[in-house]
Design a protein around this ligand. Structure first.
Ligand code: NAI
Ligand code: MG
Length: 363
């Protein structure tokens, strides 16, 4: 099996966090003969400085030819005034679009060592392990018409259109059911069928997909607003949550706050399996941005980036044992009381980015 990895470190703390993943890959290649082939490119502000584009055609081609892309973060005040189409985020949007990454996976895991520092009660978050599967390429963020219409009477109308087709709901729910089989075997589908036609269709298609191919998985439906409430009230009732682009954006941010710092949160974005090889395009990135306020200080928490690589091992290369070991190493280092500044609490040992990476590698 080929294991072509493209690293796109990006801007700000992106390269600092990526350096820690690079150490882990070097170890895996040298000691475990994992056989990763590494290539590297520019994205975001750093690509704009070099090529005048948020990602060059050559790097786009590399991304499309790779088995997985590891993405750091993009953006920063330096590029705040570049033209809209060339802004750093355009690089990420182009990657998502051209790689057709329709499934966004956002785990919310509460590491035992951090259960005390959550803003919620310990019994609510301790042992939490849920996965939100958000549809990423459809829905109200992309549906047409999308415009601000001048009504000519001094009024304007802002229009966004929520559109979902059967195939889009089938493929995102298929991803959710398949992932559930590798975890707690339960899927909760969230929509607003009480007020939205797209919600009625969503509910019907998820139900039909379940019946046809995934009847062994427990399926539950919940209205998305009630789902938001339940996420805060008793999040451990969930295993996999599948929902649309807009609700998924909000619900995954809510779930993120159950677990603490942005510096801890990984994500994956997956495309459709290739009909011939069965492999899917995939991009892995931390949820956080380029953190210009701490970039260059060596204080960034690399765990979100390292945990994103663990997702890459799990979902792109089926290296389940290695992914489990890497995640256990993160948990173990936290158990040892080692903390970057963003997750620091009383009595713990404060370290920087490289020390955190070294500690995880040593574990
Ligand atoms: P941010 O996620 O970069 O930072 C928010 C806060 O969290 C900051 O105080 C930062 O220091 C802290 N933080 C974030 N990651 C951390 C880590 N790994 N370790 C320790 N502390 C961490 O979001 P912000 O400030 O809204 O945006 C900064 C820049 O990043 C902007 O240019 C924005 O457009 C871009 N951005 C890029 C994203 C991406 O590349 N996917 C996502 C979000 C923002
Ligand atoms: Mg969001």
């Amino acid at each position: 099996v080929s294991k072509k990895l493209l690293l796109l470190p990006g801007d700000g703390i992106g390269p600092e966090a990526m350096a820690e993943v690079r150490k882990i890959i070097a170890y895996m290649n040298a000691e475990l003969e994992s056989g990763f082939e590494l290539d590297e490119g520019l994205v975001g502000g750093s690509a704009y400085d070099a090529h005048g584009l948020a990602i060059s055609e050559a790097d786009m081609a590399k991304a499309l030819a790779s088995d997985a892309v590891l993405f750091g973060a993009v953006g920063g005040p330096k590029w705040d005034s570049v033209p809209y189409d060339l802004r750093p985020e355009a690089g990420l949007l182009r990657l998502r679009k051209d790689m057709e990454l329709f499934a966004n996976l956002r785990p919310a895991i509460c590491y035992p060592a951090l259960a005390d520092s959550s803003s919620l009660k310990k019994e609510i978050v301790e042992g939490l392990d849920i996965l939100i599967v958000r549809e990423l390429t459809g829905g109200v963020y992309f549906g047409e018409p999308k415009e601000i219409r001048d009504l000519g009477n001094g009024q304007k109308r802002g229009i966004d259109t929520q559109v979902y087709d059967t195939y889009e709901i089938e493929r995102i729910s298929g991803v959710a059911f398949e992932l559930a089989r590798t975890r707690g075997n339960k899927v909760t589908s969230m929509e607003k069928r009480n007020v939205m036609k797209s919600g009625v269709l969503w509910n019907e298609v998820v139900t039909a997909t379940h019946k046809a191919k995934y009847a062994d998985v427990t399926l539950e439906h919940m209205l998305a607003d009630a789902g938001g409430m339940q996420l805060v009230r008793w999040p451990k009732q969930f295993d996999v949550i599948v929902t649309d682009n807009l609700f998924g954006d909000m619900l995954s941010d809510i779930a993120a706050m159950l677990t603490g710092s942005l510096g801890m949160l990984p994500s994956a974005s997956l495309g459709a399996p290739d009909a011939r090889t069965g492999s899917r395009k995939a991009l892995y990135e931390p949820v956080h941005g380029s953190a210009p306020d701490i970039a260059g200080t060596g204080a960034a928490n690399p765990i979100a980036m390292i945990a994103s690589f663990a997702m890459c091992l799990r979902y792109s290369f089926n290296m389940v044992v290695e992914a489990d070991r890497l995640e256990a190493a993160i948990a173990g280092v936290l158990d040892d009381g080692i903390r970057t500044a963003d997750i620091m609490s009383e009595g713990k040992t404060r370290v920087g980015t490289t020390e955190m990476g070294d500690a995880i590698l040593a574990k």
